[in-house]
Write a protein that binds this ligand. Structure first.
Ligand code: ZN
Length: 288
C-alpha cells in the first residue's frame, strides 16, 4: 500500500502542478455555491410556481448554511461561498453571517446566469450588479469569481452530479448514497495528494446541507487531516498564493522552473495535467 505523503511511482509521469508553500504538499479548498432558488429559476422561470422545487433551493440558505457554518467553525476551517446577487438580496442576513464568520464571499453572477452568448456589456452589467449587492452587505468588494486565477474544478468533485434531483428530466435520476460519494472523494483526494494537486470541492448548501451529507463532509475532513502537509484554504488564499512570485506558476498552471526534487520527472502536457492533477492556473476561465 502507498504510504501517505510519499510520491507514488505512477505519479512520476506528471510534474507537481505548482510550487506550494514550505511544508505543504497538497491543498484542499471547500467552496460552496449558495445558488438557492436561482439554480432553478435561471434555467426555467416556470419553476417559480413550483413550490417543491423552490423549497429545495431555499433549503440551502435556510438550513444548509447554518449547519455548514457550524461544521466549519467546529473544524476551524474557512471556506469560500459564491453567492448570486439575487440570493444575497433575498437572504442578506445569511450572507452577512457567512462574512462575519470570516469566510470569503465570492461573486456568482446575479441570477446564476450562464455567460455563454452574453455580450461584453451584458456580462459587465451582471458583474457590477453583483459586486454592488455583495459589497452593500459585507462592506467588502468580492474578489473571488472563478475567473481571476483559475481554481481547477471537475465534475467528480461537485456534489451536483451525485445529489441534485428534480422531478423532471434531466434531473429525474438516482440520488447517490453519501457513503458512495465519500468513498469516491477519499480516493480522489488520496490521488491528488500523491500528485501534489489542489482538491477543490464545489458544494451546494441545498444538496450537501442535508444531515447525512453534513456528517459525510465531516468524515471527509477527518480523513484529509490524517495526511501530511495538507493546506485547508479558501479560494482567495489559494488564488493569492498562485498569483504570488513564490508560487512561480506559469499560464498553464505549471511551475515556471521545475522544483529540484522533481527535475528528473518527465514534463506533461499542460491541458491534460491540469485536468487530472488539480494544477492551479493563471489562465482566465469563465464559469457560472
Ligand atoms: Zn452555482
Amino acid at each position: 500500500m502507498q504510504e501517505r505523503g510519499t510520491r507514488p511511482r505512477w505519479g512520476a509521469a506528471i510534474a507537481p502542478p505548482i510550487r506550494w508553500p514550505k511544508g505543504i504538499r497538497a491543498a484542499v479548498c471547500l467552496t460552496f455555491d449558495l445558488d438557492a432558488e436561482t439554480a432553478w429559476i435561471s434555467r426555467d422561470p416556470e419553476n417559480l410556481r413550483r413550490l417543491a422545487v423552490m423549497s429545495q433551493g431555499a433549503y440551502g440558505p435556510k438550513v444548509g448554511v447554518p449547519l455548514l457554518l457550524d461544521l466549519l467553525a467546529r473544524n476551524g476551517l474557512h471556506a469560500t461561498f459564491f453567492v448570486p446577487g439575487w440570493t444575497a438580496e433575498r437572504y442578506p442576513d445569511v450572507v452577512a453571517d457567512i462574512h462575519r464568520q470570516g469566510h470569503e464571499v465570492g461573486h456568482h453572477g446575479y441570477l446564476h446566469e450562464a455567460l455563454e452568448g452574453k455580450t461584453r456589456d451584458e456580462e459587465e452589467e451582471i458583474l457590477v450588479k453583483g459586486v454592488r449587492i455583495l459589497e452593500g452587505i459585507t462592506g467588502q468588494r468580492p474578489v473571488g469569481y472563478r475567473a481571476l486565477v483559475e481554481l481547477p474544478t471537475t465534475w467528480i468533485l461537485d456534489d451536483g452530479p451525485y445529489f441534485a434531483y428534480g422531478i423532471r428530466p434531466p434531473l429525474y435520476r438516482q440520488i447517490y448514497p453519501p457513503g458512495t460519494v465519500l468513498a469516491t472523494w477519499k480516493d480522489e483526494f488520496r490521488g491528488m495528494h500523491a500528485l501534489s494537486g489542489a482538491f477543490t470541492l464545489i458544494l451546494h448548501p441545498q444538496f450537501i446541507g442535508r444531515p447525512s451529507r453534513v456528517l459525510m463532509l465531516q468524515a471527509l475532513i477527518d480523513y484529509v487531516r490524517t495526511f501530511s502537509g495538507v493546506w485547508l484554504a479558501h479560494g482567495l488564499q489559494l488564488a493569492r498564493w498562485v498569483a504570488s512570485d513564490a508560487a512561480s506558476a506559469g499560464t498553464d498552471g505549471r511551475p515556471l522552473t521545475a522544483p529540484a526534487a522533481c527535475s528528473s520527472t518527465a514534463p506533461a502536457t499542460g491541458a491534460h495535467a491540469r485536468a487530472s492533477s488539480g494544477a492551479l492556473s493563471r489562465r482566465p476561465s469563465r464559469r457560472s
